[in-house]
Ligand binder design. Structure first.
Ligand SMILES: Cc1cc2nc3c(=O)[nH]c(=O)nc-3n(C[C@H](O)[C@H](O)[C@H](O)COP(=O)(O)OP(=O)(O)OC[C@H]3O[C@@H](n4cnc5c(N)ncnc54)[C@H](O)[C@@H]3O)c2cc1C
Length: 487
């Protein structure tokens, strides 16, 4: 068995774990990080950036959202079903965290909205690849270097397996195993768990959320993020929280033909398997709301439908809405993508010469569907009497060809599992802290109630970084307390 000794063992090197490790090391602690993967950064390597409120970047760009406003919006949105003290700690720290990242060399392109009704809190990381997915991997590189510079030892391909407690119930060690299968023991005074949830564990998704992966949930699965930290904390006596998916709707057949996807992410007519509308399609801009609405439909399935006339409109005028993840407003490649989807035999995309044929291909109730289109076309001439959709998006379906893409619930990962207090101390069912155990990031992120707070974008990465910093600070104070007790 390999043995290591440190003040604080940090389990995982995603944004939460690295933030905890750097913070603790900056305060003079001796830190070891155990990371399961062969690289650092976790899911954040896929993302674009964290939330910040009242940052210098926002000030310089006349973005006026205040901490008080952000807090109020957050709590209204979540109906106060969450730990208000923890939310407060997080939001109040977020500007300082952006500055802290800048000071270690992270650069940001600016602060952005995710969709028009959201706030410009999303601090997108500047990277060589420019604006877009994976930009935040540049931040993770800087954080990794900073941790190493401070003397933090990062043991890659060394997944943590179990926590060790002494007879007083304090955390005193972490058991792990290295890539050769050799046992590793890290002797420590405190541990921080930050293993990113259970997004790659369909069994846990089925058991602890309302979804079944591959059936009514098509979320990202980052390899190795299977709930290890949650299991370890529960075994050590931690209380459980509500567990959920960080949902965003999904077009199952996406990446290869992004133009086709973008066109069908517009507020077009959307119907469920009954052939009926079930939402004001404008809400698709808030991807969490759209995914919630989809989840309430039979099999979580719906179809976004256009015709040749709408296709021509988009080709001439560009798309109604874009996002920074999908910033291209052009629809010029739609036909090219249609051809590719047909060649591939894409099971989620349908083309038909009549509405009847389209209903058959989609497998929706034909009679209802024909009635829905007739009603929808009538509303296009007057107003949307069903859901009050903005008239600018009301475009009738007249053919001659019709196109439909299936959409369904998806997500970035999971939320919650381990109960913490606002000091990020892991607590038991009596809300009493387990001495020496801290939690950060997705494993402990149950601050959203039933719906991810997309109106303040950058939220999960923001929470990961800020809860990581809070955990690092409090773990150091705890360890200092132990040493002063000994003296
Ligand atoms: C495609 C995509 C885009 C995203 N974009 C954004 C965005 O722009 N803004 C935003 O706010 N959020 C975004 N997110 C979400 C964000 O990336 C996560 O919320 C954030 O990374 C969570 O941080 P974390 O440190 O808790 O966990 P993670 O980043 O998931 O890291 C967990 C780490 O734990 C390691 N690990 C697992 N088990 C063990 C074990 N037993 N021992 C040791 N290590 C272990 C994993 O290998 C991993 O490195 C995005 C997510 C995805 C998938």
């Amino acid at each position: 068995m390999k043995r290591y000794e440190c003040d604080i063992a940090v389990i995982a090197a995603g944004p939460a774990g690295l933030a905890a490790a750097i913070t603790a090391a900056e305060k003079g602690a001796n830190v070891i990080v155990l990371e399961k993967s062969n690289t650092t950064g976790g899911a954040a390597n896929m993302g674009m950036g964290p939330l910040g409120v009242e940052t210098e970047i926002q000030r310089d760009n006349l973005i006026s959202i205040t901490k008080e406003e952000a807090f109020r919006k957050f709590m209204d949105y979540t109906h106060w079903r969450t730990d208000a003290r923890l939310v407060r700690e997080y939001i109040w720290k977020s500007a300082d965290t952006i500055k802290w990242l800048q000071d270690m060399g992270v650069e940001f392109l600016g602060a952005y909205r995710y969709f028009p009704q959201s706030e410009a809190t999303w601090h997108i990381v500047k990277s060589e690849s420019g604006m877009g997915p994976r930009a935040a991997s540049a931040m993770m590189k800087v954080m990794t270097n900073r941790a190493k510079e401070l003397g933090v030892e990062i043991l890659l391909e060394t997944p943590a397996k179990r926590l060790e407690k002494n007879e007083e119930g304090r955390i005193v060690g972490v058991h792990a195993v290295d890539k050769n299968g050799e046992e590793v023991y890290v002797d420590c005074c405190a541990a921080v768990i930050a293993t990113g949830g259970f997004g790659d564990n369909p069994e846990m998704i089925k058991e602890y959320t309302q979804y079944e992966w591959g059936k009514n949930m098509f979320s990202f699965r980052i390899p190795g993020i299977v709930g290890d930290g949650i299991r370890m904390a529960w075994e050590a006596g931690a209380a459980r929280t509500e567990m959920n998916m960080e949902v965003s709707y999904h077009t199952p057949s996406t990446i290869e033909y992004s133009c086709l996807t973008r066109v069908h992410m517009q507020p077009n007519l959307v119907v469920n398997l009954q052939g009926e509308r079930f939402m004001n399609e404008e809400i698709m801009a808030n991807t969490t709301f759209c995914s919630n609405a989809l989840a309430a439909q039979k099999n979580g399935v719906a179809f976004s439908i256009i015709d040749d006339s709408i296709k021509q409109y988009f080709r001439r005028n560009g798309l109604h809405t874009v996002s920074l993840v999908n910033p291209n407003a052009s629809a010029r490649d739609y036909d090219k993508d249609v051809k590719l989807a047909i060649e591939k035999g894409d099971p989620y995309f349908f083309v038909a010469d009549s509405l009847e044929e389209l209903a058959d291909k989609m497998g929706v109730d034909k009679e209802n569907f024909l009635r829905t289109v007739e009603e929808y076309n009538r509303y296009c001439e007057t107003r949307d009497e069903l859901f009050c959709k903005n008239h600018r998006y009301m475009q009738p379906l007249v053919g001659p060809k019709f196109y439909a893409l299936q959409i369904c619930p998806g997500g970035y990962g999971t939320l919650g599992g381990i109960k913490i207090n606002y000091k990020t101390e892991v607590v038991n069912a009596d809300y009493a802290p387990i001495p020496g155990l801290y939690g950060a990031g997705t494993d402990v992120c149950s601050i959203y109630g039933d719906s991810y707070v997309f109106i303040l974008p950058g939220n999960t990465m923001g929470f990961a970084l800020n809860s990581g910093r809070i955990a690092g600070e409090n773990a150091v104070s705890y360890v200092a307390g132990l040493f002063s007790e000994e003296e």
